[in-house]
Design a binder for this molecule. Structure first.
Ligand SMILES: [Zn+2]
Ligand SMILES: [Zn+2]
Length: 757
C-alpha cells in the first residue's frame, strides 16, 4: 500500500521529521517526509498495510514532547514502488492548509545542560547550545518552512562537526535547525556603553562579575535585550530606576536556581512546576519572611517576579559570583517595544547601562518574557502570555466560519487570529499609545497571518473610537476589503471566558480600570449577561465622580475626595493631605471647588474604588504604573482580617461603594491598615458575587465568571469563587488567556465570530 499523510499542528521545529524518519525505518517503510510552506508536514510511505497503520498509530502516540498534532489526514492508494529508502526531503514551499504554526521558544533541555558542563564535549561552555528539543524558535524564524536558510541562523554556516550531527539520523541534533558550536556558531562579546569591545577571555562570566560588582549590563537574549543588575545591592537598582524614569514599577529577576529562589521567596509545588517548565515564565512569588534582596526591586509589593535561567548564557552568568539572582528586566524605552537589534540597543540603552553583553545572532521577532501567578496554590492566572507560549494556539470547542483578526484595546495589547477552532495569540506588544508600538502591533499581526496561512475576512477591535487600534482596524479593513466589528471592552473579557469554557451563556463579572461603555461612559465594575447573541449589562458598581478626569487616575486621592465628598465635608482632611498632591493647597482648593460644582465625568470602575481606598489608607498617592495603587493595596491586605464585615449594599442593579469607602475612612487610625485593606477588598468581592448570583438565579444561568485586570487579585478572586460555589453555581476563570487586557483581542474575535455565524 501507499499512504499520503498530511500533518498539521506544531510539527516544525520540534524534531518531528527526525521522529518520523526513525519511526518509518523502524516499521520497514519506504518513502519520505518533508516540511511544507504552511508549517505542516507531508509524509509519503509505502509498505505493508499493517505496518503503515502501526506507523500512523506511533505518529500520534509517540510524537516528540513539544510536537502538537491538530489534524492527520491520510490517503491510502496502491503502491507505486518508486522508493528505495526512507528520506527526509528538502522542504516544499507549498501552502495549502492553514492553522499550523511553528513552536514557541523552548528553554534549554537537560541533555544540552549536561553537555554545557562536560569538559569533553565540543560545546562545553558554549552559550548557544541547543538541540531538536530546545532553543529559540519563534524568535529566529523569518519565514516558513522552518529550515535554517529561513532563520537568522543562516548567517552561521555549519562546520563539518555540526553538519555531521545534523545529518546523522541517530544523533539528537539530526535536523536541528539551530545547531551550532563555538567554531561555527554565534559569538558573545562584551562592550562598554559606547560599543567599544572589551577584550576578555570569557565575556559572559565577566558580565556576571560586573553585575555582582554593581554595574548595570544590557544583555541580549532570545527575544530581545534585558537590563540586568545585582539584586543584593540597592545602589545599581536606584541608579537604574533613575535613568529609566521608573520610580516604583517592579523589576523581574532571574534566580540562579530553584533552591536559591527558596532563600528569599515562598515557592509551592505548582509554582515550582511552572518555574522549571520549558516555558520558564516569570512567576510572581510571595516574598518570604527573611526576604533579603533589595527592597527597590518590587517596592511596596508582597510578591516578586522570578524566573529561572532558560538559556546557557543565563546559567553561565551565575558561574563565578555569589548573587542568588539578578534583576532581569525587559529593555524597553517608556511605552516602546523591547529593544532587539544591536545598533538600536547602543542608541537607546547607551545612557542607561555601563556595559553590553552582545551576541551576533540577529533576532527575527521580539518576544518579552511571560508573567503569571498562582491563585490559591493551584490556579494559574496569566498576566502576560508571551515567550514560551506565543504563537502556540488555544484550541476551542467550536469552529469559526471566518478568519478573524482581533487587535485588542490600548494597554497590554496582544493580537489574535481566530482560524477555525484555533486562536493564535501574538507575543506581548505593549501599550499602543505611540507610533513605534502601533507599528510593532501591525508587523506582529502580519507575521502571524503569514505563519498561520490565514486569509483575514473580518477585523475585531474595541468600541473606543479614538484608540489607535480602532484606527488600525479600519485601515487594514480597507486594505483587505473586509468588515470591522467593534466590541465593547468588558463584553470581550466575558466572551473570552465563555469560549475558553465552551459555554453558551454566562453571568460574567468584569472588573478593571477602564473600558469604553456603549454611550461613551467609563465602565470597569460590570456584571454582564452574555450569550452567543450578545450581552446585557445586569449590574455594576456605583458611578463615582472623577474630579479632573484622567488626573483622578494618576492621583488616587482625587478619586477618594470625589467619593467621600458625597458623605461628608472633607475639606479639612483634604488640606491635611496637601503634600500628597503635586500642587499642594492650591490643588486641594481646586478639587473642592470642582466637587461643589459637580463633576461631570463618572466611572463605575472597580479599579478606581480600590485606588481610592489605597489613597485613604496612605498606601499609594501616585500611580506611576498601571494598577499600582490597587496592587499595593492587595499587598497591604496580606495577612489581614475582615474586621469590618461590611454587608453588601445593593440597590437594584447597583452596588454601592460610597458608604464602604467612607467606613474605611472613618476607621483610619483606629484599626490596622492591613485589616482595613482586607475588609475593603472583601466588601467588593462579596457584593459582586452576591449581585451576580442573584441575577444568575433570576436568569437561570449556571455559570458565573470573573475577568478583567482586578481578577489578578488573589483575595478578590478566591472570595468570589468561594461564594459562587457555596451557592451551588459553577465558577469559571481564565485558564488560557490573561484576565487582563492581554485577553481582550481573543474575546473580540470570539464576539466577531458569533456575530458572523
Ligand atoms: Zn537541548
Ligand atoms: Zn559547528
Amino acid at each position: 500500500m501507499r499512504a499520503e499523510i498530511k500533518v498539521t499542528g506544531i510539527v516544525q521545529g520540534v524534531g518531528f521529521r527526525p521522529f518520523v524518519y526513525r519511526t518509518a525505518v523502524k516499521h520497514d517503510l519506504l518513502g519520505y517526509v518533508r516540511n511544507r510552506g504552511d508549517a505542516g508536514v507531508e509524509i509519503v510511505v509505502e509498505g505493508e498495510k499493517e505496518k503503515i497503520e502501526k506507523f500512523i498509530e506511533d505518529l500520534k502516540v509517540k510524537k516528540p514532547p513539544l510536537a502538537k498534532i491538530h489534524d492527520l489526514i491520510v490517503n491510502f492508494s496502491e503502491e507505486k514502488g518508486e522508493f528505495k529508502e526512507f528520506k527526509i526531503l528538502r522542504s516544499s514551499e507549498s501552502r495549502e492548509l492553514s492553522g499550523s504554526v511553528i513552536p514557541p521558544d523552548v528553554a534549554i533541555c537537560d541533555e544540552c545542560l549536561k553537555e554545557l558542563r562536560d569538559p569533553r564535549d565540543k560545546r562545553y561552555e558554549y552559550f548557544f547550545i541547543t538541540c531538536t528539543d530546545c532553543g529559540p524558535r519563534f524568535t529566529v524564524i523569518e519565514q516558513l518552512p522552518y529550515d535554517r536558510p529561513n532563520t537568522t541562523m543562516r548567517d552561521f554556516p555549519m562546520c563539518s562537526f555540526c553538519k555531521s550531527e545534523y545529518e546523522n539520523p541517530a544523533n539528537r541534533r539530526f535536523h536541528a535547525q539551530t545547531v551550532a558550536c563555538p567554531i561555527c556558531g554565534p559569538k558573545a562579546y562584551l562592550t562598554d556603553n559606547r560599543g567599544e569591545e572589551i577584550e576578555v577571555k570569557d565575556p559572559i562570566r565577566e558580565a556576571g562579575r560586573l553585575l555582582a560588582e554593581g554595574y548595570i549590563v544590557a544583555i541580549k537574549g532570545y527575544g530581545g535585550f534585558h537590563v540586568a543588575t545585582a539584586t543584593t545591592l540597592s545602589e545599581p537598582i536606584r541608579r537604574l530606576r533613575k535613568v529609566k524614569h521608573r520610580r516604583q514599577k517592579p523589576f523581574a529577576i532571574i534566580a540562579r536556581s530553584l533552591d536559591a529562589t527558596r532563600t528569599f521567596a515562598i515557592v509551592n509545588q505548582k509554582e515550582a512546576e511552572l518555574l522549571t517548565s520549558h516555558v520558564r515564565p516569570i512567576v510572581l512569588l510571595r516574598k518570604s519572611e527573611d526576604y533579603y534582596l533589595s527592597d527597590l526591586i518590587a517596592p511596596g509589593l508582597h510578591n516578586v517576579g522570578v524566573m529561572l535561567p532558560y538559556s546557557a548564557m543565563h546559567y553561565m552568568l551565575f558561574d563565578e559570583v555569589d548573587e542568588p539572582a539578578f534583576v532581569m528586566t525587559s529593555a524597553n524605552p517608556p511605552n516602546q517595544p523591547i529593544v532587539k537589534d544591536n545598533d538600536e540597543a547602543l542608541k537607546r540603552l547607551g545612557e542607561v547601562v555601563d556595559y553590553f553583553l552582545f551576541h551576533n545572532r540577529r533576532i527575527a521577532h521580539r518576544c518579552d518574557d511571560s508573567v503569571l501567578r498562582v491563585h490559591g496554590g493551584k490556579h494559574v492566572c496569566l498576566i502576560r502570555r508571551s515567550r514560551g507560549y506565543a504563537p502556540a494556539p488555544i484550541r476551542l470547542k467550536f469552529s469559526s466560519k471566518k478568519y478573524i483578526l482581533g487587535l485588542g484595546g490600548e494597554l497590554n495589547v496582544v493580537s489574535c487570529i481566530l482560524n477555525g477552532d484555533k486562536a493564535f495569540l501574538s507575543q506581548h506588544i505593549g501599550d499602543v499609545e505611540n507610533i513605534e508600538t502601533l507599528g510593532f502591533l501591525e508587523e506582529a499581526s502580519r507575521h502571524l497571518i503569514r505563519l498561520t496561512n490565514s486569509r483575514i475576512e473580518a477585523i475585531a477591535c474595541d468600541l473606543h473610537p479614538r484608540f489607535n487600534t480602532t484606527r488600525l482596524a479600519y485601515r487594514l479593513a480597507e486594505e483587505w476589503n473586509c468588515p470591522v466589528i467593534q466590541v465593547q471592552h468588558h463584553h470581550a473579557h466575558i466572551a473570552a471566558l465563555m469560549a475558553e469554557h465552551n459555554l453558551d451563556e454566562i453571568a460574567g463579572i468584569a472588573c478593571d480600570g477602564y473600558g469604553y461603555g456603549p454611550n461613551g461612559q467609563a465602565w470597569g465594575g460590570e456584571i454582564l449577561y452574555c450569550n452567543r447573541e450578545g450581552y446585557k449589562r445586569i449590574g455594576h458598581l456605583e458611578e463615582q465622580p472623577m474630579p479632573g478626569g484622567d488626573l483622578a487616575t494618576r492621583y488616587p486621592l482625587r478619586m477618594a475626595a470625589g467619593i467621600l465628598h458625597k458623605k461628608a465635608d472633607i475639606s479639612e482632611w483634604l488640606f491635611s493631605k496637601n503634600s500628597c498632591l503635586p500642587h499642594g493647597k492650591a490643588e486641594a482648593e481646586l478639587i473642592l471647588k470642582q466637587l461643589e460644582k459637580g463633576v461631570r465625568i463618572k466611572t463605575s470602575s472597580c479599579g478606581r474604588v480600590l485606588d481610592a481606598v489605597s489613597a485613604i489608607l496612605g498606601i499609594c498617592h501616585e500611580r506611576t504604573y498601571e494598577g499600582e495603587p490597587a496592587m499595593k493595596l492587595e499587598a497591604a491586605a496580606i495577612g489581614g482580617k475582615d474586621v469590618l464585615k461590611m454587608k453588601p449594599k445593593i440597590k437594584g442593579e447597583v452596588i454601592e461603594t460610597s458608604e464602604m469607602v467612607y467606613t474605611i475612612f472613618e476607621n483610619v487610625g483606629k484599626l490596622n491598615v492591613g485589616d482595613l485593606a482586607y475588609s475593603a477588598q472583601q466588601y467588593l468581592a462579596r457584593s459582586l458575587a452576591e449581585l451576580a448570583i442573584e441575577k444568575a438565579l433570576e436568569l437561570g444561568v449556571k455559570h458565573i465568571g470573573f475577568s478583567g485586570g482586578v481578577a489578578c487579585n488573589e483575595q478578590i478572586t478566591l472570595t468570589i469563587q468561594r461564594i459562587v460555589e457555596d451557592n451551588g453555581l459553577n465558577f469559571v476563570f481564565h485558564r488560557a488567556v490573561p484576565p487582563g487586557d492581554g485577553g481582550t483581542s481573543f474575546g473580540q474575535t470570539i464576539v466577531a465570530a458569533l456575530t458572523l455565524q
